[in-house]
Design a binder for this molecule. Structure first.
Ligand code: SF4
Length: 239
């Protein structure tokens, strides 16, 4: 995400407060691995989730987010698509489209900790709660949910919904924001295990010391930045 910020604002300084806070899902595919996959399937368009490195984006035709992946996939005439890196997002896409999806075998280690039995338990404990889950979850979890959506959409839905209780199937940190903005509504994590240790490495203290010392500046080499920018711009045009 820091690389994406730098690619979109090349003239600005982008700092990452902790170099160990990279996304494990993004690390599951490299640009070289994607080049190999493209060689095995020549001419097939490549969609990469935003949680990928700049190098992988530069090898992709377009990026997508969890809220626009269906729209992005539908924008291609091709009936086959390569999707990286998350196999669960790819499964979700498969369940919503007739296209054949060639998926990379990556996954978010945090979202896969949410299991069907966790959702069933929360439904038993909170029968009136609406269950909202992120499409990085397993398909058998998604099938138990009332709605599937991005984290941004969850924030909006919980504000506009007439429901007053929600089970939230994504990284548990979102619960904090929902409780802050949720005007007295109640929020329950689908699973207390859905904690991303990498995200938790970014602390207020580290943000402050990063700003004070101007550490660690994110740089993306020009050719990679230009290639990745094309994939991001195409997504923004479609969105
Ligand atoms: S929860 Fe963590 S591992 Fe999963 S996509 Fe987000 S940053 Fe990556």
């Amino acid at each position: 995400m820091a690389e994406t910020a730098k690619i979109l604002s090349p003239g600005k300084t982008v700092l990452i407060p902790d170099l160990g806070s990279g996304c494990p899902l993004a690390a599951m595919i490299t640009a070289a691995q994607l080049r190999d996959l493209k060689e095995q399937h020549p001419g097939i368009p490549v969609i990469s989730y935003v949680n990928t490195s700049a190098g992988v984006k530069a090898e992709s035709d377009v990026c997508c987010t969890s809220s626009n992946l269906l729209k992005v996939a539908d924008s291609f005439d091709s009936d086959t698509i390569i999707f990286t890196p998350d196999k669960h997002l790819a499964n979700y896409l498969r369940s919503r489209t007739d296209k054949e999806i060639i998926a990379w075998n990556g996954y978010c280690p945090t979202h896969v900790r949410i299991l069907p039995e966790h959702i069933l338990r929360q439904k038993r404990l909170h029968p009136k709660a609406k269950v909202l889950v992120h499409p990085e979850c397993r398909l058998d979890v998604i099938e138990l949910a009332d709605e599937v959506m991005s984290t941004g959409a969850m924030v909006r839905r919980t504000k506009t919904s007439s429901a007053s209780e929600f089970v939230i199937g994504t990284e548990t940190g979102l619960i904090h924001r929902l409780r802050k903005e949720g005007s007295g509504k109640r929020f329950y994590p689908a699973s207390e295990l859905a904690v991303c240790p990498n995200m938790k490495r970014i602390t207020p203290h580290k943000v402050l010391s990063s700003l004070k010392g101007m550490q660690h500046e994110v740089r993306v080499p020009d050719p990679i930045s230009r290639g990745a920018r094309k994939a991001i711009d195409r997504m923004l045009e479609l969105a």
